[in-house]
Design a protein around this ligand. Structure first.
Ligand code: STL
Length: 425
């Protein structure tokens, strides 16, 4: 196979992104025929939803361009973000995230052996990292730290100091993971520019930053963790997917605030395109793509669709017959011109999501270990306490720092009250 040009690799690395900062840095590495190194980080907090398809699909492009990809499971960050993951749950959630991510990568045909998985706590508790963290704390103003975390760290009435540490530690991760660029959602932008400003002040290199678009929730606004119907879980059953899509905001002719339509543009069509390119043998530097794929790998086109179709909508002949689209622009135009009814779009999108999730659910159902991890990571809040088991010896785990604690399972594990809310407030 012909070696892809530096220009072609750069195009692959940056396609479908919302924004690129420091693209010349990546161009320089490619011009020297070196492999750029990148990392994508996630914090194992709540259950990951199908919006994660956006960054995870993008990783296929990086591998095709010969980029070395690291996936960071930012366990310490999950705790720092307003205790979203309490310390005694974070190790279980990290495992849960790893299972989900591996299953999603496999469903996308992305060869997981090419990815390096790193847990934040494996290096964030070292002396070197902590000293760098303190060095950073000695030059970053509270104002800048707050501003950097404004869109990522949960905003509360009495912000905790941990939330102020979050952006600085994410900046340090770039150095400690040895990346040339960090990749994340455009919601990370303020943290990314913070890192660009402060890493050089510590004597470290400024990295490039690549940002994927965010997909809106099914209600039209941001995906909300407090409203489970605003997002679809990777393990939702087909009937749950169909119910959530049916309820979703998707007004006839209105392509704005339309989570259903946006999902097609950000997820379904890119995956179809990836699959079509793979069928044509265009996987660039990633000859292994598709080899260990789980589930149906055909594009989201109905039988009889013209070549190059990336999304089909089934319709009875009485309603004008099925519609086939070769691009998102065509789909959006038809929707805006009311040539495509929300009901037909919703059915097609629900079908596509059910197909996308099928291999992920199957992997979950076939793994007793993953099922066990799920119970530990997201315990049923309504479960009755087990009277017999009083005290359990429990591994409190933050990576390298393992400590045995006796935890009373019946009484609630102590979490400090939010500031201003405790009895001493
Ligand atoms: C979330 C949700 C999400 C991404 C992240 C967190 C990213 C966290 C992170 C932490 C440290 C890093 C990089 C990224 O170095 O979609 O809750």
């Amino acid at each position: 196979m012909a070696v892809a040009s530096a220009e072609h690799k750069y195009e692959l690395i940056t396609r479908r992104l919302d924004e690129v900062l420091g693209g010349d840095l990546i161009k320089g590495i490619l011009a020297e025929e070196r492999a750029p190194k990148c990392y994508w980080g996630t914090a194992p907090t709540g259950r990951p939803h199908i919006g994660y398809f956006v960054p995870l699909t993008k990783i296929a492009d990086f591998l095709r361009a010969g980029v070395e990809v690291t996936v960071l499971l930012a366990d310490v960050h999950a705790f720092l973000d307003n205790l979203k993951a309490p310390l005694e749950l974070v190790a279980h959630r990290t495992k849960y995230y790893k299972h989900i991510l591996l299953a999603v990568f496999k469903s996308l045909g992305i060869p997981t052996h090419k990815l390096r998985f790193v847990e934040g706590s494996s290096y964030q508790l070292t002396k070197e990292y902590n000293l760098d963290n303190y060095r950073l704390c000695a030059i970053v103003t509270e104002h800048d730290a707050k501003k950097a975390g404004a869109e990522v760290v949960k905003q509360v009435e009495s912000p905790l100091l941990s939330g102020l540490l979050y952006p600085g530690m994410q900046a340090l991760d770039e150095q400690y993971l040895g990346c040339d660029f960090q990749f994340g959602g455009v919601d990370q932008r303020k943290i990314f520019t913070f890192a660009e400003l402060y890493l050089p002040r510590l004597g470290y290199a400024k990295r490039a930053h690549l940002m994927n678009p965010m997909v809106p929730g099914l209600g039209g606004g941001k995906m909300s963790s407090s409203d489970p119907d605003s997002k679809i879980d990777f393990l939702d059953a087909p009937e749950v997917v169909r119910r959530k899509i049916k309820k979703a905001f998707c007004e006839e002719g209105n392509a704005k605030d339309n989570g259903v339509l946006a999902f097609v543009g950000a997820v379904v069509i890119p995956i179809s395109e990836l699959r079509l390119e793979r069928l044509r043998g265009n996987t660039g530097a990633d000859a292994d793509e598709g080899a260990e794929a789980a589930g149906d790998q055909t594009p989201f086109a109905l039988e009889g669709a013209p070549d190059g179709t990336v999304f089909s909508v089934y319709r009875k002949e009485d309603y004008g017959g099925s519609l086939h689209y070769a691009s998102f622009a065509q789909l959006k135009q038809d929707f805006e011109e009311k040539k495509l009814h929300p009901k037909d779009l919703k059915t097609a999108v629900a079908d596509a999501i059910v197909r996308l999730l099928e291999p992920i659910r199957k992997a979950f159902e076939e793994s007793a270990e993953w099922q066990e991890v799920e119970k530990l990571a997201y315990p049923d809040p309504n479960a009755k306490p087990d009277k017999k088991k009083k005290k359990v010896r429990c591994l409190s785990v933050v990576g390298a720092y393992l400590a045995y604690n006796f935890v009373d399972l019946q009484e609630k594990v102590y979490h400090p009250p939010p500031p201003g809310k405790g009895k001493n407030a």
